[in-house]
Design a protein around this ligand. Structure first.
Ligand code: NOJ
Length: 542
């Protein structure tokens, strides 16, 4: 079956600030990424999604862009970027840029001009409203907490910001603004990048007067227009961040005949450990079978109609081993392997977040002074005022705070884990002497090699890309299983999503299958019992 390159690809996300510092200022940079390309090529990934490296005052670590066509000096220069694209290409790796076009920084020249007067040509690049009864136009809340309206006295107007007040929202009703974005996107496409990850893209069709933010009525028209004016003319991948997507909405985005995006990041599984209707900070234990049902639903509903992305982590999410595996010394690696095996045989494009392949874990803090992330800090201040106990707030931050993913990459046992010779912008995890890339590469049983093997298997067996998906009942809600099959072959994946021994039953006689991957040293004697976090995938010809 013929597939697009990105349907067979595995994509690696880099958070440049924390990946590799080459000039010892404590902040990762583009030359640092170049130094590590051989490592990434050895892992076998096809493309790198870089979180933003543009000029930015870094109120939200680069998701507040002040110049889309300039590299932030802490990351290097445009010449470094051109070099990265070229060096990556010579290793058959594409570079995917983060496209943040729901908002800019308030320090972007467009917003600086917009502030000057109501008749400035850039004023209408943003969303402005008159005060109502001496206050904000309505009660719309920012995703980071507080009102999403900020008043500008000399204009007697409020501007909209669905994130921090240093991230004013662009006005997607304005054709001149859109043209400026198309030109900017084409500038990057002409450089030969491999695609875009589109930040909070489901917000661009917003209708603030009706308090509609996600999935506004004009969203899909805007994406089709974007596709036709920019990336639709190139063989690139596009992945939208869409917190509000259901499978039906994801089909609109990713159906090949609709000319929108290649795929979206959907977050239904990610929301399973929060209390329904509440925020991510309101914790709830994961029910593994519910997770299995959600994944299975997406596998089946998008089959032949759209395309899935597959991920556990990103720069906004806690580390998956701490979250749904077990980060104790005893189970850290084996639970990490189980999670990887469970995800990587599904249909879709897998994403690996930096350090996931090493089994990096959450970084617990004791007090708010240790936290850098503005979302966590805003939540803390807001809830403290509402009377929440401090201990509960710190527990939530340790479970869900964004810093967990942002501590420096652990390369080796040198000072600061080989990330930088100077004090890093966020401290290195204390486990870096054992959890690091050098140690992982030296141990053929490490989690790194599980990821490498999963990437190789995806390239080897077409059924992983194109086969059908079917849930397999095991008579045990903690043993999750599924099959992938086509006319030629059938794969069965079975994982114990728990810390205890589990018995299970599957209809197939698995003993007759070839083992593709297994996270325990021995071939199991009994196929009806699994050790804690044991996971395997087997294959047979049809
Ligand atoms: C989603 C990004 O992933 C996150 O890091 C950022 O804070 C918001 N969008 C706003 O751009």
């Amino acid at each position: 079956m013929s597939s697009k390159w990105w349907q067979k690809a595995v994509i690696y996300q880099i958070y440049p600030r924390s990946f590799q510092d080459s000039n010892n200022d404590g902040i990762g940079d583009l030359q640092g990424i170049i130094q590590r390309l051989d490592y990434l090529a050895f892992l076998g990934v096809d493309a790198l999604w870089l979180s933003p490296v543009y000029s930015s005052p870094n109120d939200d670590n680069g998701y507040d862009i002040s110049d889309y066509q300039a590299i932030g000096p802490e990351y290097g220069t445009m010449a470094d970027m051109d070099c990265l694209i070229k060096e990556a290409e010579s290793r058959k790796i594409k570079i995917i840029m983060d496209l943040v076009v729901n908002h800019t920084s308030d320090e972007h020249i467009w917003f600086q001009e917009a502030l000057k007067s109501k008749d400035n040509p850039y004023h209408d690049f943003y969303v402005w409203r008159k005060p109502v009864a001496g206050g904000p136009p309505n009660g719309l809340k920012s995703n980071f907490g507080g009102s999403s309206w900020t008043y500008v006295p000399h204009l007697d107007e409020y501007y909209l910001h669905l994130h921090s007040k240093k991230q004013p929202d662009l006005n997607w009703e304005n054709p001149k603004m859109k043209q400026a974005i198309w030109d900017m996107m084409n500038f990057w496409l002409e450089k030969g990048i491999g695609g875009f990850r589109l930040d909070v893209i489901d917000l661009i069709g917003k209708e603030p007067d009706h308090e509609i933010t996600q999935n506004g009525p004009k969203l899909h028209d805007l994406l089709q227009e974007m596709n036709h004016k920019t990336f639709g003319n190139y063989d690139v991948v596009t992945v939208g961040e869409t917190w509000g997507a259901t499978p039906e909405i994801a089909e609109l985005y990713s159906s090949p005949d609709r000319d929108e995006l290649s795929m979206v990041f959907q977050f239904e599984h990610i929301n399973l450990d929060k209390q329904p209707g509440k925020r991510k900070w309101d914790l709830k234990e994961l029910n593994p079978y519910e997770l299995h049902e959600v994944f299975s639903k997406w596998q089946i509903k998008l089959d032949q109609k759209g395309w899935n992305s597959l991920f556990w982590n990103n720069h906004d999410l806690p580390r998956i081993i701490s979250r749904w595996g077990d980060d104790s010394d005893e189970y850290r690696e084996i639970s990490g392997k189980m999670l990887a095996i469970y995800l990587h045989f599904m249909k879709g494009t897998p994403y690996i977040y930096q350090g996931e392949e090493l089994g990096m874990i959450n970084y617990p803090v004791k007090e708010i002074q240790e936290v850098d992330d503005l979302e966590s800090i805003q939540m803390y201040n807001e809830r403290l005022k509402q009377g929440y106990p401090i201990d509960d707030l710190i527990t939530s931050i340790n479970a869900k705070g964004r810093d967990n993913a942002r501590h420096p990459m652990q390369w080796d046992t040198q000072l600061n884990a080989g990330f930088s010779a100077e004090k890093p912008w966020l401290p290195v995890h204390s486990n870096y002497r054992t959890v690091n890339a050098a140690a992982a590469l030296a141990d053929e049983n490490s989690l790194f090699y599980t990821y490498k093997q999963l990437i190789t298997l995806r390239k080897q067996f077409d059924v992983i890309t194109n086969g059908e998906y079917q849930i397999v009942e095991t008579n045990n809600p903690l043993v999750l299983a599924y099959q992938r099959f086509d006319d030629e072959e059938e794969l069965t994946v079975v994982v114990n999503f728990s810390k205890t021994v589990q018995k299970y039953k599957v209809a197939q006689t698995l003993a007759e299958h070839e083992i593709l991957i297994h996270n325990c040293p021995e071939r199991p004697e009994q196929w009806h019992q699994l050790a804690p976090y044991e996971a395997y995938a087997v294959r047979r010809s049809n």
